[in-house]
Design a protein around this ligand. Structure first.
Ligand SMILES: Cc1cc2nc3c(=O)[nH]c(=O)nc-3n(C[C@H](O)[C@H](O)[C@H](O)COP(=O)(O)OP(=O)(O)OC[C@H]3O[C@@H](n4cnc5c(N)ncnc54)[C@H](O)[C@@H]3O)c2cc1C
Ligand code: FES
Length: 265
């Protein structure tokens, strides 16, 4: 959990709003308060409309930080995200952040980072890649989607693509591709796996990483109201770190990044 003093609620103006295809938009805004303290894996909670439609904020991973500028990548799935994806440059948003914990990029010791993502789960991976490269790590992405249109590889390097219909790259899912490529991707030093995507993908990855004895952190999603531990809307049941029994956590406080071994399979 981060010290509350680093969280701020900011009125920002969209500087760039670009459609990346398949209902996904890149939204950028100037926000030095968030840019200064954000870490990969953090999210922001956005009040999209000045009126009550929708009333609650919506959570989005921080896609990248460039100077004082913050970007998110949003997929239109409902009322709030459609409104956000359709908002042109110049639109005002209320943005609370940075929220949640972050991916652990310095331990346990590793040389190679495998970033596994599915669908819009690729959103936090650019910020993570930049941070890992700056720390001298080797980075490979394994990215899965139903079809070619679901794959977002904008500005990412070393991408290995899997599509379920075979329209791009390997035919199958991201974990099948990882299973096939692991010896080749893991040649340089100890490996750590970082993941974000749909729950079935994360659970299959957790099993794979347990079998291969690879450390793995996963960013989860849940419905969120406040993003700051007040509404209890984001409760998630996980295995205890001790391996015995389960606990319920508030994902906005103790997550969204968790050790993948804690997922209930
Ligand atoms: C920590 C975190 C980070 C996220 N990062 C991103 C991101 O970078 N980009 C992005 O596009 N989305 C992200 N999401 C998901 C995003 O917040 C939801 O898609 C959004 O809140 C839906 O709002 P809506 O008003 O469009 O949908 P609604 O009209 O409220 O609902 C439409 C449909 O979407 C489903 N839905 C609502 N919330 C979620 C959710 N959190 N996860 C899955 N399905 C949901 C509903 O059950 C319903 O079926 C993230 C969620 C969390 C918790
Ligand atoms: S979103 Fe309100 S407690 Fe987590």
């Amino acid at each position: 959990m981060r010290p509350d003093s680093t969280i701020s609620d900011n009125t920002v103006t969209i500087t760039t709003s670009r459609c990346l295809g398949q209902d996904v938009s890149l939204i950028e805004f100037h926000c030095p308060e968030i840019a200064r303290t954000a870490r990969p894996g953090n999210f922001v909670n956005i009040k999209i409309s000045p009126n009550n439609e929708p009333l609650l904020r919506r959570p989005f991973s921080i896609h990248s930080v460039d100077g004082d500028s913050v970007a998110i990548m949003a997929k239109s799935v409902g009322r709030g995200t459609t409104l956000l994806c359709d908002s042109p440059a110049g639109t005002e948003l209320q943005v609370l952040g940075p929220l949640g914990n972050a991916f652990t990029t310095d331990k346990p010791h590793f040389e190679t980072a495998l970033l596994i993502s599915g669908g819009i789960g690729t959103a936090p991976m650019l910020f993570l890649e930049k941070t890992l490269l700056a720390a001298g790590k080797k980075v490979h992405h394994v990215i899965g989607g139903k079809t070619k249109k679901d794959i977002q590889i904008r500005n990412l390097t070393n991408c290995h693509i899997a599509t379920e219909d075979g329209s791009d790259g390997f035919r199958g899912n991201a974990i099948d591709l990882l299973r096939e490529k692991i010896e080749q991707l893991a040649v340089s030093g100890p490996v750590k796996v970082f993941a974000c995507g749909p729950n079935p993908m994360l659970k299959a990855l957790a099993v794979f990483c347990q079998q291969k004895n690879l450390p793995c952190e996963a960013s989860l999603e849940s419905i969120m109201g406040c993003g700051i531990g007040i509404c209890y809307g984001c409760s998630v049941e996980l295995k205890n770190l001790s391996g015995h029994g389960t606990s319920t956590i508030l994902l906005c406080q103790e997550g969204p990044v968790i050790e993948a071994g804690r997922l209930l399979i």
